[in-house]
Design a binder for this molecule. Structure first.
Ligand SMILES: Cc1ncc(COP(=O)(O)O)c(C=O)c1O
Length: 382
C-alpha cells in the first residue's frame, strides 16, 4: 500500500496534523520521500528493519547524484584517494576549526574503539550509561577494563549525569551519548557544560567522549553540540556519524572533533580504516546539503510523532525522543514483543539491559513502513 500524505495525517489525529500541514509540500520535495515498501531492496528478505537506527530513506538526492557522477575510471586511482582530504577540510571549514581538529574514520565505530583503547587501562575504568550505545563498553570488556555503568534515570530515561560524574572520579574515559541511544533523550547545553566542568574539576585526567551521532535529529532548542567545550578542554572530544540523518550507513563515514593531541591519541590506538573516494564525495555533498538535513529532521519528527501517538493511544509510555528511534515501556519483555513482531515480518530492537523486561527500542522507518508497523504493533499488543 502506498501511503499518501493525506492518509498519514488522517491516522494521527487533528492536533498533530496541524503540525504536519504547516510543512506542506514535504512529500514531493524529495525523490526519497516516496519510498515504496514492497519490493524495495532496503527491506532484506521482506523483513522490515526497525532494529538498527539506520535510514529507510537513504542519502538525499544531491548525495545520490554526487555518487553517480563519480563512478568513473578515476576509481582506478585510489591509494591517495580524491576527496578524502577535501572532506576533512570541508568539515573543518563547516565548524570554523582547523583540519588538525578533525579526524575521519570508516564510521564512528573505530573512533569509539580507539577512544577506549587510548584512555582506558587496568587502573583507568570506563564510565558509561545503562543503557547506551555499547561499542566503547564492548571494547573495554575485551581489554579486561573495569566498567562503571550508571543506570539512566527511570523517571524520564535521561542519562544520570550526577551519577556519571561521581563514577568518573579516577576513570580513564566517560562515554556520554547525547542524544542517547536507545532512550532517545537529550541533555541541554547547560547540563552538558556543567557536567563536563564538574568532571574536569573533580577528575582532571579523565577523558570525555560526547557521541553526537544523532544530533541532526534534535532541534536546536533542546540540545547543541559540545564542540566549544572540546576546543576548550583537551579532555573532551566529540564523535559524529554520517550513518544516521545523512542516510549513509552503508558508506561508512564518521569523524571526531577535538584538540589535536587528543585525536592523535585516539587514532594512534586503533585503526581508523580508509575512507574511500565515493564515501568522501558523498559525505562532502551530504554535509553541505543543509536543506536535505532539515527535511530529514522534519520527516523523522512527523513519523516519530505518529508512532508515539499510536503507543500513547494504546496506553504505553514512550521516553521523550529526539532521535530516529523510540524506547517504549511495554511493561513486558522486549523479547516477547520482538518475537511477535517478527512473526509479522518486522524486526525491532534487541534487548537493552537493565530494561529488557519492560522496554523495547523501535527504529523509525519511512512513512509507509511505520503506517504498516503501527497496525502490527496494535495487533500484537491487543
Ligand atoms: C550512538 C551511536 N554511535 C555510533 C554509532 C556507530 O555508527 P557508525 O559506525 O555507523 O558511524 C551508532 C550506530 O548505531 C550509534 O547509535
Amino acid at each position: 500500500m502506498k501511503m499518501t500524505r493525506r492518509g498519514f495525517v488522517g491516522t494521527i489525529g487533528l492536533g498533530s496534523a496541524a503540525g504536519l500541514l504547516s510543512s506542506a509540500g514535504l512529500t514531493n520535495r524529495n525523490a526519497n520521500a516516496a519510498s515504496s515498501y514492497e519490493g524495495d531492496p532496503a527491506y532484506d528478505g521482506g523483513i522490515m528493519q526497525l532494529n538498527q537506527n539506520e535510514s529507510a530513506r537513504g542519502p538525499g538526492p544531491k548525495t545520490m547524484e554526487a555518487i553517480r557522477s563519480h563512478v568513473t575510471k578515476r576509481l582506478g586511482r585510489g591509494y591517495a584517494p580524491d576527496h578524502v582530504n577535501e572532506l576533512q577540510a570541508t568539515l573543518a571549514e563547516g565548524y570554523g576549526i582547523s583540519t588538525d581538529n578533525v579526524i575521519l574514520a570508516t564510521g564512528s565505530g573505530p573512533l569509539l574503539r580507539g577512544a577506549a583503547r587510548a584512555f582506558c587501562s587496568e587502573n583507568k575504568p570506563l564510565v558509561t550509561a545503562g543503557p547506551t550505545y555499547t561499542t566503547a563498553e564492548q571494547t573495554a570488556r575485551q581489554m579486561g577494563v573495569e566498567i562503571r555503568s550508571v543506570v539512566v534515570d527511570s523517571s524520564d530515561m535521561g542519562i544520570n549525569l550526577d551519577g556519571m560524574a561521581e563514577a568518573a572520579v579516577g576513570a580513564g574515559l566517560v562515554y556520554f551519548c547525547n542524544p542517547n541511544n536507545p532512550t532517545g533523550t537529550v541533555h541541554s547545553p547547560e547540563a552538558v557544560e556543567s557536567f563536563i566542568r564538574r568532571v574536569q574539576r573533580e577528575s582532571p585526567n579523565t577523558k570525555m567522549l560526547i557521541d553526537e551521532a544523532y544530533i541532526n535529529y534534535a532541534a536546536d532548542e533542546v540540545m547543541q553540540t559540545a564542540l566549544p567545550l572540546a576546543l576548550e578542554f583537551e579532555n573532551v572530544f566529540i564523535t559524529r556519524s554520517f550513518s544516521k540523518a545523512h542516510g549513509m550507513a552503508g558508506l561508512r563515514v564518521g569523524y571526531a572533533l577535538g584538540q589535536e593531541q587528543t585525536l592523535d591519541a585516539v587514532s594512534g590506538a586503533w585503526g581508523m580504516g580508509d575512507v574511500n573516494m565515493l564515501s568522501a564525495i558523498a559525505a562532502i555533498t551530504a554535509f553541505k546539503d543543509k536543506e536535505h538535513i532539515d527535511w530529514e529532521r522534519q520527516e523523522n519528527a512527523e513519523i516519530r510523532a505518529f508512532v508515539v501517538a499510536a503507543f500513547n493511544d494504546m496506553g504505553y509510555e514512550v521516553a521523550n525522543s529526539h532521535t530516529n528511534h523510540i524506547f517504549v515501556n511495554l511493561g513486558k519483555p522486549a523479547k516477547e514483543f520482538r518475537d511477535a513482531c517478527l512473526e509479522n515480518k518486522i524486526l525491532v530492537g534487541r534487548d537493552f539491559p537493565p530494561f529488557e523486561q519492560t522496554h523495547c527500542r523501535i527504529s523509525m522507518g519511512s512513512r509507509e513502513e511505520m503506517q504498516k508497523a503501527v497496525e502490527v504493533f496494535r495487533k500484537v499488543l491487543a
